[in-house]
Write a protein that binds this ligand. Sequence first.
Ligand SMILES: *[C@@H]1O[C@H](CO)[C@@H](O)[C@H](O)[C@H]1NC(C)=O
Ligand SMILES: *[C@@H]1O[C@H](CO)[C@@H](O)[C@H](O)[C@H]1NC(C)=O
Ligand SMILES: *[C@@H]1O[C@H](CO)[C@@H](O)[C@H](O)[C@H]1NC(C)=O
Length: 518
Amino acid sequence: MYCCNRRGAVKGIVGFVILFNACQLCYFVSRSWPLSGRAPEPTIQSTGFSFHQGKPWPAIPSFRPWLADPELAPLSSCEAYFGNGFTRVYSLLEFEKEKADDQLGPGSFQCHFSETLQTSICEGKQVVMNPQNITMTKGGESLESVVHRSEEDELPTYSEGAFQIISEHKTSGKLVDQEMLDNFMPGGQVRPHRIRMLLESMQVIQKSEAVCSEIAGPTLFVTRYEYANLFHTVTDWYSAYASSRVIGLKQRPRVVLLDGHCKSALEDGWEVLFSGVEYAKHFSGSVCFEHAIFAPLGYNTALFEALGSSLPCQGCSVTELEEKFDSSKTARLREFGEVFTAAFDVPNFLPDGAHQNESGKRELKLLFIRRENYMAHPRHSGKLEVRLSNEEELLTALQKWSADMSKDSNEAFNLIVVNGLFAHMTLAEQIRAVQASSIIIGAHGAGLTHIIFSKPGTVVFEMLSPLYMRPHYRFISQWLGSDYHYLVTRGSSVNCSQVVASLSMIVPDLVKQTDMIV
Ligand SMILES: *[C@@H]1O[C@H](CO)[C@@H](O)[C@H](O)[C@H]1NC(C)=O
Ligand SMILES: *[C@@H]1O[C@H](CO)[C@@H](O)[C@H](O)[C@H]1NC(C)=O
Ligand SMILES: *[C@@H]1O[C@H](CO)[C@@H](O)[C@H](O)[C@H]1NC(C)=O
């Protein structure tokens, strides 16, 4: 798996070179903390953090409430993995419910523990962040300005009091000790575990000690490791989304990145999915967050954890679950995909049959997700390790096959091959291409994680090298309920006529299915 050897993690990394770093200076609005003597203006560089009003959640077909009910999410159920298994609450500080809406009272802190995922979503009210006591690079720089920077420098270390919580009652001191942390934030495989480190450094202080400016509303803190790789970034997005739902946020939160990575093209996803995003080190002084939520590491999400287990979760539609609840089925990954595509404003595509062109033929799109060489992050050479050496040949073969089919007047549809040069497309363009497709084909690589954003009924076709028989996309297809096919390559090249032959068998079934939809 990717996680255990951080230095070796360049394998299979997919990311994008950003040629510019649009850094705008912008002062963000904040009101001063009422009880402090002096409230220094925190200034941050960048945009997107200046409004108090969060974005509403998009309305999506597959949404189901994220109830914290142990009966709905027994230990190894799909709901415990993908939904709300965070049912055991550890109150660390004078937790009081606010009468009105069941939310945390001021100056309190608690963690929601998932026994299944062995991690917690923690939240606090009136949490102070002191960026000067967090050691890491600034983050958000252009890639070429930080080439060779070490990953260790980009990840945070916290000195005592980097985070504080303002209490009205409890005497000052450490919030939580190691022994207590073992209960709800075990380090597990990831060492050092940065969220555990953060909690270890957390102090309780008195109101009179707080000098900071406040940011109202919910703010989600996220620590990213492999930020330039789509698979790992999706695990981070999923964690952030699940945390927002488990906590019951009525609007999409702002995000503060607790890492110092440079800018990547995937950063757009954070902007679009949430109500603004900012790097922790871009705040110039102490900031008080009215409501701080700490999302688990991507490594602790089902998407990552369940790769190693043989979790028998089958993706299904939400209607199916509503009709009959089944703990071995899930619609959560689809729900996440829908929220994501809706956030990008990608219209819900009509079934394929509904797209007819002038000749009266229907159109099916086959998206070929390409793997290109490019520099993904500061430690990367710009060369992919696993690559299909004859991608161009395969593209030509697919185009010829589709052209022959289109000429055949007996065929009731046209197959359009889309050349998915994703390294040259924005995230929004990529998601549009994915949503428009009925078949997604590609060599094993993080780019295939895009299948999460595909529409129901999409066929996935993966080309696997015998040296890298990894299960990621087979499992993800299963959790989505998508139809998965694969072909093992010979060495680094694939037999094009075999790919075409396999697809020729798949297409008639697909056409039949879309016939039923129309
Ligand atoms: C936190 O940072 C401030 C400003 O640099 C410094 O004065 C203080 O000593 C730091 N606290 C700790 C515990 O390192
Ligand atoms: C309809 O499909 C045919 C066959 O692929 C193609 O030649 C034609 O340009 C298409 N028409 C439109 C309007 O897309
Ligand atoms: C590709 O596969 C076909 C059918 O299995 C086979 O006849 C052909 O020899 C293969 N081509 C190569 C280059 O291996």
